[in-house]
Design a protein around this ligand. Structure first.
Ligand code: ADP
Length: 590
């Protein structure tokens, strides 16, 4: 949906900002208001820029179509900075590079029309304030990271009366959690029974344990699967909705995936953020945890930094590390898996740089399974993002390579499917589905309607198999045969690639194909914890005052994480961490 946002900034500036060191005025503009366009992640960003003869005075964002929540900071901070510094050399908002670049391009376009020397403005240095020491703080619990795991820990600890400060280094909450498709695996007799799906906690355990080649720790896995459904109850008790229909997200191996009623990760993040705020949790954005403070082997606080300076926070009860994984840190990725170099794109937000693991290592925390990094066969060929494809449940789509052929079971493990995709021509494929999966007006997990996907060119559409083959640029005969064989397998249950989960034949036009490539997704290794989320050191002892939850931890998923198991991991272990940090601490709650 096209979003109209009008953001108006009027900043009175002293003339000194507009003057070179030699004292000469540098801007000579044709006073007036000018329109400009730039390309963001999801289309054109339009601005109106008002200038006086030597000053940019207003930037109005007329229309943009970027992702809510993730890019709000772009449309506030960048205009503010441009006006404050009268420069185009302002920083992009990390986590929203495409939107930032699009907005800067739009303002540049408008300024060109106003006669500005844009090369000069792009190179005009910005003097930043030097870091200084700011006031230290004390609290009961510090949580590092504002994704699902951190928010679940913060809500739970504050529910029990603890004062909590949550540090988030990015300008917005959400991390990878807000980018996830939202699928949440849980054995849920009530919903599953409605669809005739048989399941049990033992079966979920079995899939998770064997799906990760039995490398996951039994107690951690059991804790995960046994508490997953309670996590849904907990989220629902705070007002979050889940759809009744259960599906099988890619790589889940069984239909037990729940879809939030609110799309993308927003449902999780908004629900827990609202509750955290109600509970009085202090959320500090743009605040980066740099280092843990220890005393006599106990973690007692955190050193943090902001644009305004550095400070320390003492935490009388302990610190919960929930800073996420490292799939966006190419150097760290290569250290543990050299194949995942610069050429591999990632689904991750740019803040997924493994800071939590580095900080934990410095206090002697043990790490487990660092080499297990999950890639997905679902990346947008341009950005690596998980967004932009059509298809919902594994049962109703197939993967087709450039020869028009299938090459793997679409109900297999994620690592198996990605490795198979890597071996295809140009490591490229289409996900092919039909109107069974995507009826008119339906949306994918990212709230994108099928019509939008087609209009944006993300998904190809045709009324016939032949027509789709032409658009995909694959051999129509080979493709027609592929569909025919697949439809037979749906009938007989006997598939040449061993697919085991089927629903409908691919025979209901319109037909859709979305191009996809491999993309680095989830780092399964990380900080070693016990099932109480206490961090374990390299000698096998608990580090007092130190807890960890979510993607920053290792040892749960083994070599391969099941699709849909990451979100319950963050909620289940985030809640345990929030409880454990309060319970296990020797310090008194105020
Ligand atoms: P999880 O799914 O485990 O909750 P996410 O990726 O969703 O992980 O969230 C982790 C959050 O931690 C991200 O929002 C990320 O920006 C934040 N983060 C990472 N490193 C730091 C740090 N050094 N200080 C504060 N926040 C951090």
């Amino acid at each position: 949906m096209k979003k109209l946002s009008i953001i108006l900034f009027s900043v009175m500036l002293t003339l000194s900002l507009l003057v070179t060191p030699a004292g000469a005025a540098v801007m000579s503009l044709e006073a007036g208001t000018y329109s400009g366009n730039g390309e963001g992640m999801n289309g054109t960003i339009e601005v109106k820029v008002t200038v006086a003869k030597d000053e940019i005075t207003n930037i109005e964002v007329v229309s943009e179509n970027e992702t809510d929540g993730m890019t709000d900071a772009v449309f506030e901070k960048i205009p503010e900075d441009i006006l404050a510094y009268q420069s185009l050399a302002v920083d992009a908002v990390s986590g929203a590079t495409f939107a930032s670049k699009g907005l800067l391009a739009a303002v540049t376009d408008a300024l060109k029309k106003a006669g500005a020397d844009v090369d000069f403005l792009k190179n005009k240095k910005i003097e930043k304030k030097a870091a200084k020491k700011i006031e230290d703080r004390t609290t009961n619990v510090v949580v590092i990271g504002g994704g699902n795991a951190g928010l679940a820990a913060a809500v739970t600890a504050s529910d029990q009366g603890a004062d909590v400060i949550l540090l988030e280094k990015m300008p917005m909450l959400g991390g990878n959690s807000i980018r996830a498709g939202g699928a949440y695996n849980a054995v849920d007799p009530e919903r599953q029974k409605e669809q005739g799906i048989e399941d049990s906690v033992e079966r979920h355990f079995y899939h998770t344990y064997t799906g990760g080649d039995k490398e996951g720790k039994i107690k951690l896995i059991y804790t995960l699967v046994d508490n997953a459904n309670k996590g849904i109850d907990w989220l629902e008790s705070m007002g979050m909705g889940f759809e009744d229909e259960i599906f099988t997200v890619l790589g889940a191996l069984w239909p037990r995936s729940h879809a939030p009623s609110e799309p993308v990760g927003n449902g999780f993040i908004n629900t827990m953020r609202d509750q955290a705020e109600k509970n009085g949790v202090e959320i500090l954005l743009n605040t980066k945890a740099e280092e843990l403070i220890t005393e006599d082997g106990r973690v007692v606080g955190v050193k943090a930094s902001t644009e305004d300076g550095n400070f320390e926070i003492r935490a009388s009860q302990g610190v919960v590390m929930a800073a996420g994984g490292f799939a966006a840190n190419v150097e760290m990725r290569k250290k543990y898996n050299p194949l995942l170099d610069e050429k591999t794109k990632t689904t991750n937000h740019p803040g997924a740089t493994g800071d939590g693991i580095v900080m934990a290592e410095k206090v002697d925390a043990d790490l487990v399974g660092m080499e297990y990094i999950q890639s997905l066969p679902l990346g947008d060929p341009k950005t690596g993002s998980l967004k932009g494809w059509a298809g919902m449940s594994v049962e109703n789509y197939i993967f087709v390579n450039k020869n028009g052929e299938r090459f793997v079971s679409e109900s297999d493990r994620r690592d198996v499917m990605t490795n198979a995709l890597i071996d295809q021509p140009d490591s490229f494929m289409y996900i092919v589905c039909d109107a069974h999966s995507m009826p008119a007006g339906s949306k994918n997990s990212f709230n994108e309607t099928i019509e939008e996907l087609v209009a944006k060119g993300k998904t190809l559409k045709a009324m016939t198999i032949k027509g789709l083959a032409e658009k995909m640029n694959v051999d129509p005969e080979a493709f027609a045969q592929t569909i025919e064989k697949y439809n037979k397998a749906v009938e007989t249950g006997d598939d040449e690639f061993g697919k085991t989960l089927f629903d409908k034949k691919l025979n209901k036009p319109p037909y859709y194909a979305s191009p996809r490539v491999p993309t680095a997704h989830h780092t399964m290794g990380g900080i070693k914890i016990n099932s109480d989320t206490q961090v374990i050191d390299t000698d096998g002892n608990v580090i007092p005052g130190f807890f960890a939850a979510g993607e920053v931890t290792g040892g749960i998923h083994g070599t391969n994480r099941l699709g849909g198991n990451a979100l319950p991991d963050t909620i289940v272990f985030g809640r345990i961490a929030g409880e454990a940090v309060v319970k296990n601490s020797p310090a008194e709650i105020k």
